[in-house]
Design a protein around this ligand. Structure first.
Ligand SMILES: Nc1ncnc2c1ncn2[C@@H]1O[C@H](COP(=O)(O)OP(=O)(O)O)[C@@H](O)[C@H]1O
Ligand SMILES: [Mg+2]
Length: 255
């Protein structure tokens, strides 16, 4: 199953959710791939630690070779790197993705990610795509390349307005390019059960019929340690409340 984690707002938990769900998927024995489309490379650093910086073959190379015709282009699999965790691999990001974007866009390379991932269809059971905080070439490529879309939501009123715009954008891509695309669910992140505003907000979204996952992710400073140590929660502290919430959320995903 292939899914994209998308929200054009930054700091809502896309990279954290991508890596933690992928780590659980791999831990449960599924051959799992993370695709890090954000030039900032937060997921790449989270899963590879310091080794992230010496990745030679990255997504930038994969995209770049679509711009320069070669008789023997490298296969997508050659850009995939193992992580220190069993069953978990990554197509790493690179800062060059930023400057490549304009060229890729002007030469209509919007379907190349889908083609590249199709090549890996038999190699992985689950693919999680992390995206930059923008509706740009890379996020569009990801929404075209997948069937399912997860939307992290951080429970503030400003995000709520952005959420409607975001859902419209997904619908537009669905209508124009990818009939199979659907919002699998909205992930409530950094939920504070004792505060009344987030409760009310989430309740209203449910009443409007939006697909909100039943599992809400708590706010925990442990996440910072998890990032610093380059260890997803399931490996850092499997008994931690947040690790268990990620597992419960993973259980809610479609098989
Ligand atoms: N459940 C959580 N509890 C505490 N901090 C969180 C949680 N989820 C994300 N964060 C923090 O919020 C910041 C943004 O998260 P990140 O996953 O990088 O978001 P995005 O990829 O959407 O920009 C990071 O500093 C991360 O540590
Ligand atoms: Mg991110």
């Amino acid at each position: 199953m292939r899914r994209v984690v998308f929200n054009q707002k930054g700091g809502v938990g896309k990279s954290t959710i991508t890596c933690n769900l992928a780590a659980i998927s791999a831990h449960q024995g599924l051959r799992t791939l993370v695709v890090d489309l954000d030039p900032q490379g937060n997921s790449t650093h989270y899963l590879l630690g310091d080794a992230a910086d010496d990745a030679d073959d990255t997504l930038a190379g994969l995209f770049e070779q679509t711009l320069n015709f070669k008789f023997n282009p490298k296969k997508t699999a050659e850009f995939v790197r193992p992580t220190p965790f069993a069953n978990l691999s990554i197509l790493p990001s690179h800062p060059n993705l930023e400057e490549l974007q304009g060229k890729l866009e002007s030469r209509y390379k919007i379907f190349k990610l889908r083609d590249a991932l199709d090549e890996l269809a038999d190699d992985f059971d689950a693919v999680f795509i992390d995206t930059p905080p923008a509706l740009n070439f890379y996020t569009r490529s990801a929404l075209i390349a997948t069937r399912l879309c997860l939307i992290p939501f951080d429970c503030d009123d400003f995000s709520r307005r952005a959420l409607y715009a975001l859902l419209e954008n997904v619908q537009e891509i669905r209508a124009d390019h990818n009939r199979d695309l659907e919002v699998e669910g909205i992930v409530v992140n950094q939920f504070q059960p004792r505060a009344t505003l987030p409760q009310k907000l989430v309740q209203e979204l449910i009443e409007e019929g939006l697909p909100i996952f039943k599992t809400y992710l708590s706010s925990s400073i442990k996440i910072r340690e998890s990032h610093e140590q380059a260890k997803p929660m399931i490996h850092l502290d499997p008994k931690h409340k947040l690790a268990q919430e990620f597992t419960a959320l993973h259980d809610e995903l479609r098989r």
